[in-house]
Design a protein around this ligand. Sequence first.
Ligand SMILES: [Fe+2]
Length: 338
Amino acid sequence: MTTVSDRYDPGPQIAQVGSINIGTRDIEKSLWFFRDLLGMEEVQRDGNVAYLRCYQEFGHHSLVLTEQDDAIVNAFSFRTRRPEDVELFYNDLQAQEIEAVEIPAGHEAGRGTAVRFLLPGGDHPFELYYDIDKPEADPSLRSRLPSNSSRRRGLGVRRIDHFNIQTAPGRINQAEQWVRDNLGFKRREFAKFADSNTIMASWMSVTAQMHDLAIVANFEEKSAQMHHLAFNLESFSDSLAAADILRDLDVSYGAGPGKHGIGQAMYLYVHDPGSDHRVELYSGGYLIFDPDWDPLEWKAVDFPEGLTWYGDPIDTTPGNRGRDTTGSAPLYLSRQLA
Ligand SMILES: [Fe+2]
C-alpha cells in the first residue's frame, strides 16, 4: 500500500530551526551561561567545542560553542523534512550557481551530511542537514517525563526558538525573497521603510510559529550580522522569574521583560558573557494554522509599538554590540572547511 507521501512529492523542505554554532572567546564563561544558568544539557565536549541542547530537545544539539578568537556565528543550521532533501537543496543551489559545499557527517558531532552556503543577499553562513543523533541524557539528568530529554533545570530553556539576522538595506529584499522562494519560509509579519519598497524587517516561518527566522535591515549597511538567537521558555511567568534571577547576577542585561506587538511574545534580552552574543529568552506568542495567512504589514509610524507593545525599548544594533557577528566573505566558506 502506498501512502500519500509516496504519491506526492512536495520537493525539498525545511522542517525547523536546528542549531547555531557560535564562536566564543571564553567557552567556560559561555558554558556557565548556557548550561549552568539557562539549564541546557552539555551533551558532548570535544576539546574547544561543546554541544548543548535544551530539556525538550531530543536531537544531539541545538547550540554549538566553539572557542575561537572571533565571536562570529559559524553556522545557522536548519533541519530538512526528509533525508533526501539535503541533496535536493544542494542540487538547487548548484543550479542557481550559488557556491555550496557538502560538509561530511560528524563535522558537527552527532550530525549527518550537511550542505553549506552563504545566504544570497545576506552572506550569513547557512547549513542544511537532516540526520542527527538522539542520544539519551546521562542517567543523573534524565526526566521521568518521556517528552523531556532531560530534567528541567536552571531558567528552563526548553528549545531553540528562532534566529534574528540583519543584512544591508540594499540587499535585504533579495535575502528575504530568496528564503521564501527557495527554503519555503512564509512571510508572517513585515514592515517596509516609509515610502519605499525596501523591507525593513520580515518575520517568517516554516512551522506554525509566527517566526522561525527574522531578517532585519542593518543600518550600518553590513550584510551579515546577527541580532540575536532565541530560546523558548514555557510561559510569561518564566520570563519574569528569569529577569528576577538575572538581575542579581553578573550578566549584561539588554531589555525586557516586555511584550512584542509583532508576534505577541514576551522578550527578555541578555548577553552571553563568553561570546557577548545577544540571547533572547522568548515566551508566548501566537501560532498560525491558516494556510492562506495574509502577511501583516506594520507601517513605519506604528513600528515602535510593534517592537515593544509594553516594556523597555529594544536595542536594534547588531548582536554583540557592533563587532562583526558572522563571517561575511565567500572566502569564509572555504576557509572553514580547509
Ligand atoms: Fe526574537
